[in-house]
Design a protein around this ligand. Structure first.
Ligand SMILES: [Cu+2]
Length: 270
């Protein structure tokens, strides 16, 4: 699928993998937006400019791209929960053990919308949507893990008007209970609004999201400092994220076990 916003084409694609994962990919391409400037060489520039001089009299403007996916997941039914799995470093206190530390996992179920606002950062928890009412044979709750790929945090301040309109980018992942009227993360009219109809405003209601029909909002971001190779036609800049089965299937889907036919070995006595 290709959708065009401004000068760009956004090529949106997704694919089921043999492992049971679902991969989402976005590619950005086409004509770079440029501003006319009087310069033909960077030595002539004595003021602050807001991009890169990419050819004579043309500046590629520094800018952002943010894309939010509205993922109305139903993992083996519509009553789901959002679980954060933290990887925790632990000290070993027993002096008789030569090792000093290990790590283990701690799970936390998000009860309210405020528990599920995620800024990925350097050491994020694993993010899963589980069905707390359905279990596998060993007793694990069935789930799919969201593996964010291209994330970016906004670089302008939260009191700046573009960021009030674009406040859905304040977090890389948000959760809401399903609501038919909440479909567009930036609201229906975006820059013609006062930012009062966005994902950021909806989540301030702090509704219960445990064991409910929930929606995952996954926001991808790209900060784009143009370079000469982007002009005039930009090579594709791509990123994506993945939904990965996690205790959803009873075994690995990439292992295909073929039962052997009966064999008789001439030199075998049994
Ligand atoms: Cu761009």
């Amino acid at each position: 699928m290709v959708s065009t916003v401004g000068n760009y084409d956004y090529v949106l694609d997704w694919e089921f993998k043999p492992s049971g994962s679902i991969e989402f990919v976005v590619g950005l391409t086409r004509v770079l937006k440029v501003n006319a400037v009087p310069y033909t060489h960077i030595d002539q520039i004595k003021e602050e400019i807001y991009g890169t001089l990419i050819t004579d009299n043309a500046m590629g403007v520094s800018h952002d791209h943010f894309l939010t996916y509205h993922l109305d997941l139903d993992i083996d039914g519509d009553a789901n929960s959002f679980m954060k799995t933290y990887l925790i470093t632990k000290r070993i206190k027993d002096k008789n053990i030569p090792r000093k530390s290990y790590w283990n996992v701690e799970h936390e179920i998000a009860k309210k919308e405020s528990d599920a606002k995620i800024q990925i950062g350097l050491n994020p928890p694993e993010l899963l949507v589980i069905n707390p009412n359905k279990k596998t044979k060993p007793g694990n709750k069935v789930g799919y893990r969201l593996v964010p790929g291209s994330t970016a945090d906004p670089l302008i301040t939260t009191d700046d008007y573009p960021q009030i309109w674009g406040a859905f980018t304040n977090y890389n992942v948000c959760l809401t209970p399903y609501n038919k009227s909440e479909k567009w993360a930036g609201g229906r009219y975006v820059d013609q609004s006062r930012g009062d109809d966005t994902l950021a405003v909806w989540t301030e209601k702090n509704r219960n999201i445990e064991n409910k029909d929930i929606v995952v909002w996954c926001t991808m971001g790209f900060h784009h400092v143009p370079c000469q190779e982007d002009f005039p036609m930009m090579p594709t800049l791509s990123g994506g994220f993945e939904l990965k089965p996690t205790n959803f299937f009873e075994y690995s889907l990439v292992v295909k076990i073929v039962l052997p036919h009966h064999l008789s070995w001439h030199n075998c006595t049994k």
